[in-house]
Ligand binder design. Structure first.
Ligand code: AMP
Ligand code: MG
Length: 334
């Protein structure tokens, strides 16, 4: 049931492996969050067409379940939000098509949401962070950002592959199924020796592809996967923590917010917590249930965006597979 003067938004996430549907309220927060995750065959990465077929297959039942769990009827919605990008084109198109269909059939406005801004807003919602330095680490992003004058501004990012890619690609080569973050984290706990791997920073950016190549070369030389997982994490996370520390010191932010799928990693959390302690900043981490891709990141950001007048017509509701988040106007934070 809808409360008085409440704004309700249904949001759909479909940019990569996850098809998620959630309904959020400006008064009551996230009311439901149902997700189905496509799992690639062992040894393979995510195949865009197969993932999109997965999404098409699960979409009707996920939408139905979201309404049931939220206790909201379709007519009670104020807006439909979809993930416009970035992500895999075929996957994004499934979510956008479902959103357009709902918006047309129910005669509701359509709100486009940037996936990364979804990761940031759901983390801010869940933790109460107000004006943080954001460290966004996922399959699609490795960025350090702060909000200023209407947009998120990037103060450091990866120059090549993301932290999530680094972990998953390394894992795939040593025979672990993707996504492999938790498995690598477990292996790393058993590592004892810090293997010499390249620590690459350029300005305040990080670089991980050389690190991946070097780690795989060491693997072929017979170095143990435990030591390699441990060393890979130490080097990759330290690069990022160093860049985050510089941004924190420069911007004098009093909060640091860690979000995205890789935020679940305890060792990364530990390193950033130390950085925060040194700089008198509060450390916030997105809760596990909202760390990876989920419908809630789109529904909640959809509520904020819709209330600020961010809507698009069905005819113009394109997807943007390569959309940068520092190009997006964020009127609700201004
Ligand atoms: P997302 O794109 O936000 O869904 O994040 C997915 C990425 O998070 C994948 O690359 C996963 O391997 C990674 N991930 C998930 N859990 C962990 C973890 N505990 N440690 C490191 N990476 C993780
Ligand atoms: Mg993501």
């Amino acid at each position: 049931m809808r409360e008085r003067d409440e704004v309700l938004c249904l949001g759909i996430e479909s940019s990569a492996h996850t098809f998620g549907v959630s309904i959020a309220s400006d008064k009551r927060g996230v009311l439901c969050d149902v997700n189905a995750v496509y799992k690639p065959p062992p040894g393979k990465g995510i195949h865009p067409r197969e993932a999109s077929q997965h999404h098409s297959h699960v979409a009707p039942s996920m939408v139905k379940r979201a309404f049931e769990q939220a206790g909201v009827s379709p007519a009670e919605l104020d807006a439909i939000a979809y993930c416009k990008g970035p992500g895999l084109g075929p996957c994004l198109r499934v979510g956008a098509t479902v959103a357009r269909t709902l918006a047309s059939a129910l005669n509701k406005p359509l709100t486009p949401v940037h996936h990364a801004i979804g990761h940031i807003e759901i983390a801010a919602y869940a933790t109460g962070a107000i004006d943080p330095l954001v460290v966004l680490v996922s399959g699609g992003h490795t960025s350090i950002a702060a909000f200023a004058e209407g947009r998120w501004r990037v103060f450091g990012e990866t120059e090549d592959i993301t932290l999530g890619n680094l972990i998953d690609m390394f894992a795939r080569e040593i025979g672990l199924p993707s996504p492999a973050g938790p498995a690598i984290e477990e292996l790393a706990k058993k590592g004892k020796n810090l293997v010499d791997l390249p620590y690459l920073q350029k300005g305040n950016d990080v670089s991980y592809s050389g690190l991946l190549t070097a780690a795989l070369a060491k693997y072929r030389e017979g170095i143990s996967v435990e030591d390699l997982a441990y060393s890979l994490q130490e080097v990759a996370f330290a690069e990022l923590a160093e860049a985050a520390e510089r941004a924190l010191a420069l911007l004098e932010k009093r909060e640091l917010l860690l979000t995205g799928g890789v935020a679940a990693n305890k060792r990364l959390q530990e390193m950033l917590k130390v950085v925060c302690e040194e700089h008198d900043a509060r450390f916030y981490v997105v809760p596990m249930k909202y760390a990876g891709d989920c419908g809630a990141q789109i529904a909640w950001t959809g509520v904020l965006a819709y209330k600020s007048g961010v809507v698009v017509s069905v005819e113009e509701s394109f997807v943007s597979p390569r959309w940068r988040f520092d190009e997006v106007d964020v009127p609700w934070r201004s």
